[in-house]
Design a protein around this ligand. Structure first.
Ligand code: GGG
Length: 351
């Protein structure tokens, strides 16, 4: 079996971390009796600076032909973030209907949380972030630019279809895990879309009587992810809230450099996309010190979804093993002095 992967390194350290990851994917593929073919697409901010667009015409059609996409990062200091995001990452998520953004936060053995009293294994939750609508909807506009009466309208869109499917996916995950789900909204202030969301959670909950549902406003959830992260298991949240909560999840679990994510579609015509939660990190780009583990863990999620759980576990186990070893190389975000290459060489040994 050969899987056909689109490699989108993107910007900044996205190039370094995906280049570091793919040889390990090849290695576990070899060990588990399948192969991976990758096509590299040099799309992103450098292309934008040269040609005025992040991706060429027909880019999405080309990507659609692959079994999965491994993305690095998007963002460039000389280009506004809304241009880079709307030029590449969002069209992929939306066109391919990648409605589930699954983002696990795990405090691995051997990793220090900035929170007092937490040890490896104490934090282990996953956020199900709605990934195609909500506050990321491209609905709105700006008028009277530069005038005193300038205005901008930004609409958040919540559909019954879009909300129900992410909520159902989260209930399924809670059923497979500990049976606890936290629904995060802000329905006291957002009395239309988010009340619809809460209503749908109530409806779907009736189909899952074994799942215990906790309801939190996003401000309380942000506080509690710091105050009592060990008590969470599955969280479900809108596009924007999910993005924010998963940065908190990443940092209480030790580093942004350890946070993976999967943008999952259920439409068989399209590939899912896997990427680290972190961005392009221009402050450390080119120094060879980017932590590749978030991307390697994302690749493990990709292999799992492709139906190769043995190879997925091998990658993840190697990361777990490395993090638990006090003598193993670590990048500076984890308090070490090693480089990306050292981490990868050590993982290769462990595999
Ligand atoms: N590796 C993903 C990346 O580049 N993230 C930067 C970012 O701004 N992401 C926004 C989002 O996930 O909604």
């Amino acid at each position: 079996m050969t899987y056909d992967i689109a490699h989108l390194p993107g910007d900044g350290i996205g190039v370094e971390v995906t280049d570091a990851t793919l040889p390990l994917v090849d290695r576990v593929a070899d060990d588990h009796g399948f192969s991976v073919e990758t096509t590299r697409y040099e799309w992103g901010s450098e292309r934008y600076l040269e040609h005025g667009s992040m991706m060429p015409e027909g880019a999405l059609e080309r990507l659609a032909e692959h079994d999965a996409i491994l993305l690095g990062a998007v963002g460039h200091p000389d280009i506004p973030d809304h241009v880079t995001l709307r030029g590449m990452m969002l069209p992929i998520r939306k066109t391919f209907d990648q409605f589930i953004c699954e983002r696990p936060s795990v405090l691995f053995e051997g990793v220090e949380s900035p929170l007092r009293g937490y040890e490896g294994g104490d934090i282990d939750f996953v956020v199900y972030r709605e990934n195609t609508e909500g506050e990321y909807s491209d609905v709105g506009g700006r008028e009277h630019r530069g005038h005193e009466h300038e205005l901008a309208v930004q609409s958040a869109v919540f559909t019954r279809h879009g909300t129900e499917r992410i909520v159902r996916a989260a209930f399924e995950a809670a059923t497979d895990r500990s049976g606890k789900l936290t629904n995060v909204t802000k329905s006291n202030a957002q009395a239309h879309g988010m009340v619809l969301w809460d209503d749908i959670v109530e409806e779907v909950a009736e189909e899952y009587p074994e799942v215990e549902v906790e309801r939190l406003l996003v401000d309380a959830a942000s506080m509690d992810l710091i105050r009592r992260p060990d008590e969470f298991d599955v969280l479900v949240a809108s596009n924007l809230f999910g993005d924010i909560l998963t940065d908190i999840g990443a940092i209480v679990s030790g580093s942004m450099g350890l946070a993976p994510s999967a943008n999952v579609t259920h439409d068989e015509r399209y590939p899912s996309m896997y990427e680290p939660v972190h961005g392009s990190a221009p402050d450390i780009t080119g120094q060879g010190i980017a932590n590749p583990l978030a991307t390697i863990l994302s690749a493990s999620m990709m292999l799992d979804d492709l139906g190769e759980p043995g190879a997925a576990d091998a990658l993840r186990d190697a990361v777990t093993d490395q993090l638990a070893d006090p003598d193993a190389p670590r990048t500076p975000d984890l308090g070490g002095e090693s480089g990306t290459g050292d981490v990868v060489d050590d993982l290769r040994e462990r595999l």
